[in-house]
Design a protein around this ligand. Structure first.
Ligand code: ZN
Length: 249
C-alpha cells in the first residue's frame, strides 16, 4: 500500500506546523495529497506582539490566512471548520471549543471518506500539554475513523520520546517512531514564519531571538489504529518513516 491521501485533523492554526510540520512536508514530498483540517480559526489565541490585527474580532480571519500560508509552505491543502476557539481564560486557562461530539466526529469521517484517506494524523490523547481542544479532536478522530474507515491508519503526533525534553510530548503515549525532520526543516521554518500572530509565543516559551530557533527538530508518532499488536507497527507509514531515518525510541 502506498500513501496516496493523508488527512491531518488539528484544533488550531499552527498545531499542524508545530506538531507535524516536518512529517507533513515529508509526506507531501513523497507524493501524498496531504489535507489539513483545522476545527477552529484560533480566534481565542494570542494576537501577536505587536498584534497582527487592530480588532480582536479580525483575529480568526488573520489566523486562517496564516494557516493557508503555512499549508502552502508544507505542500498541503486546508479545510477550516466553523467551530469557535474560546478566548484563553484568566491564569492561562484553556478551553475546548463548543460542539456536538457526534456531529464533529461525523464531519471528520465525511472528510476522510471523501478524500479516501490512507492515513489520518491527529493530536495525542493528552492534548500534548493538556489542551482540552486538542483532546477533543483526538477523541472525535478516534471515535470516527475506526468506525467509518476501518482500513485507514490513524497515528497521533507528539508521542513521548523519553530521551528528548519537550513540553509538547503526550506523556502517556510513548512514541512508536521518532524522526529527525531537519531534511524538511526549510518547509517547516517557512510555515512557522507564516504564523506571524504566534511568533511572540514561539519565542517567549524558550526565550529565543528568532522563529527558526524555535524549530522542533524531532517529530514523533504513535499508531492508534489499528491498535498495534506487538511493537513496532509495520505499515506503509511506518515503512516510509523508517526509510526516512526514523527510529524507535
Ligand atoms: Zn492548538
Amino acid at each position: 500500500m502506498t500513501l496516496r491521501s493523508v488527512v491531518a485533523f488539528f484544533a488550531h492554526p499552527d498545531d499542524e506546523t508545530v506538531l507535524a510540520g516536518g512529517l507533513i512536508a515529508l509526506l507531501a514530498r513523497q507524493g501524498a495529497a496531504v489535507h489539513i483540517v483545522c476545527a477552529t480559526r484560533g480566534e481565542g489565541g494570542e494576537a501577536g506582539e505587536p498584534p497582527v490585527v487592530l480588532r480582536r474580532e479580525l483575529l480568526g480571519t488573520a489566523r486562517e490566512a496564516e494557516l493557508r500560508c503555512a499549508a502552502r509552505a508544507l505542500g498541503a491543502t486546508v479545510t477550516v471548520l466553523d467551530y469557535v476557539d474560546p478566548t484563553i481564560g484568566p491564569d492561562e486557562a484553556l478551553f475546548p471549543f463548543e460542539c456536538d461530539f457526534t456531529t464533529l466526529a461525523g464531519q471528520f469521517a465525511d472528510i476522510a471518506r471523501q478524500r479516501r484517506a490512507d492515513l489520518v494524523l491527529t493530536h495525542g490523547g493528552d492534548g500534548e500539554y493538556g489542551h482540552p481542544a486538542h483532546q477533543l479532536v483526538n477523541q472525535a478522530v478516534l471515535y470516527a475513523i475506526p468506525r467509518a474507515l476501518p482500513g485507514t491508519l490513524v497515528y497521533t503526533v507528539a508521542a513521548l520520546v523519553p530521551q528528548i525534553e519537550d513540553r509538547l510530548w503526550n506523556a502517556s503515549e510513548p512514541a512508536h517512531l521518532a524522526l529527525d525532520i531537519r531534511p524538511w526543516a526549510e518547509a517547516k521554518v517557512q510555515a512557522m514564519e507564516c504564523h506571524v500572530s504566534q511568533h511572540a509565543l514561539f519565542k517567549r516559551r524558550r526565550q529565543l531571538q528568532t522563529v527558526r530557533e524555535a524549530l522542533r527538530t524531532v517529530e514523533s508518532v504513535r499508531r492508534a489504529w489499528p491498535e498495534p499488536r506487538g511493537e513496532p507497527p509495520r505499515d506503509a507509514f511506518a515503512d516510509l518513516l523508517r526509510t526516512a531515518g526514523a527510529w524507535q525510541p
